[in-house]
Design a protein around this ligand. Structure first.
Ligand code: PLP
Length: 418
């Protein structure tokens, strides 16, 4: 059973002011979850979560996370600019990019961000444009398969990210010789994991690597960045991760592997996106049409341009009908958007209560990688974003796009649009 974080009466209040579709965020849920994460890692005094901006690039959301003690993880020029606008600087910004243009390294350096390099060749590239930084992080790709309990979680050897083990060790030695003072190690090996064992398995591999690095090269790491990858229960019967259990498991491995080597002051960093925001956002959309052909279709005012995950990954997103949360699911529908693409379906063969034209559908768990993956195919416009505050009030934190936004880059053609 999955229930929306917002009541029907609140939805009615919001939709009487702001037209659907829009993404709605739950401030209380975001804050409570961030506090739980910090409790899970309070054993590590220098712990810091760098929220992956790409998941939910809105300054109001970033400000809430900043107030909860988070930094940000950026991977592009505009994400760095947004971080700067919200007031993040220095060690509060991790810059974990790949195939990076030089102007982005220069901008990251200007903000004194911690730069996380994705390749051995980027060492010389970075230094050519920014000089030798005081602190640097390297992203490790161990290759092969990443296996937990005989189950393949992902295949790093097929991933474009990171340095090989040999490059990693050579990279730290080279950077140390060049005068870099502080070092970090980063790795991201599996996405949306729904097991409390992913982060500890990753931590164990990185802690062992840190010890070997210290033995072989004398480089002492300041932090280990476990990156993103903790998943959320998109399906009603998915078992949620228990962040307290994950934190304790990592503490045990930390005490076993790092402490005996005098590395007990090493900081643990995370770069979570989905875990921080996913469940605390939903896409609110109205039913415009019902269509009865070979199957039963529901036509919404939202489409894949507002939420791409179902079309792109066949991802499951739970759907509730506002006010019918407890009704029996005795109808089968495909729930669709209006793109001229047959994969523009939020759900296929989904059991729902009877849907009527005008019903408000709540598409769950769109708080991360939802709005941010939006696009303008078919000339569709991106939706508004609204924050449901902890006080119960709500406010617009991004207006919906208008046709003028869509046409704005075409002014160079000399045409004028209605
Ligand atoms: C996307 C990304 C994250 C966040 O991933 P989630 O799956 O949302 O936790 C963290 N770090 C980097 C480098 C990323 O690209």
């Amino acid at each position: 059973m999955k229930t929306p974080f917002v009541t029907k009466s609140k939805i009615d209040e919001i939709t009487s002011i702001y037209p659907t579709p829009f993404h709605l965020y739950d401030e209380k849920g975001i804050r409570d979850n961030a506090k739980e994460l910090h409790r899970a890692f309070e054993w590590n005094p220098s712990f810091k979560e760098y929220f992956a901006i790409k998941a939910t690039p809105n300054p109001v959301i970033l400000k809430i996370l900043k107030e909860e003690g988070c930094g940000v993880d950026c991977s592009s020029l505009t994400e760095l600019m947004m971080a700067e606008a919200v007031g993040f600087s220095g060690d509060e910004i991790m810059f974990s990019s790949n195939a990076t243009p030089e102007e982005e390294f220069i901008y990251a350096k200007k903000l004194n961000a911690i730069i996380n390099l994705d390749d051995y060749s980027h060492i010389d590239f970075l230094i050519k444009y920014t000089g030798v930084p005081e602190i640097i992080c390297l992203r490790y790709n161990p290759g092969g398969n990443f296996v937990i309990n005989n189950q393949i979680m992902d295949t790093p050897s097929e991933a474009k990210y990171g340095l090989t083990r040999e490059q990693l060790f050579n990279g730290y030695a080279k950077l140390k010789k060049m005068g870099v003072k502080r070092f970090g190690l980063h790795s991201f090996l599996a996405s949306n994991t729904l097991t409390d064992e992913y982060y500890p398995a990753l931590a164990k591999m990185l802690f062992e690597t840190a010890v070997q690095l210290q033995n072989d090269t004398g480089v002492k790491l300041d932090f280990i960045n476990l990156s993103g990858g903790i998943g959320i229960p998109y399906k009603p019967d998915d078992k949620p991760n228990n962040i307290a259990v994950i934190g304790r498991a990592i503490q045990k491995i930390f005490d076993e592997i790092l402490v005996p080597h005098g590395m007990g002051s090493l900081a643990i960093y995370t770069e979570l996106g989905r875990f921080m925001l996913g469940p605390y956002g939903c896409l609110v959309s109205k039913v415009l049409h019902k269509k009865d052909i070979y199957k039963q279709y529901i036509g919404l005012d939202a489409c894949a341009a507002n939420l791409m995950r179902p079309a792109m990954y066949k991802a499951y997103h739970h759907i509730s009908i506002s006010g019918k949360e407890d009704a029996v699911c005795d109808h089968t529908y495909d729930v669709t958007g209006s793109l001229c693409e047959n994969n523009d379906k939020f759900a296929i063969d989904r059991m729902l209560p009877e849907v009527n034209i005008g019903d408000i559908l709540i598409i769950h768990d769109t708080g991360a990688h939802g709005y941010s993956m939006g696009y303008n195919y078919n000339g569709k416009l991106r939706s508004a974003e609204i924050l449901l505050k902890a006080t119960g009030d709500f406010s617009l934190i991004r207006r919906a796009e208008t046709p003028a936004d869509y046409f704005s880059t075409l002014h160079v053609t000399g045409y004028t649009f209605p």
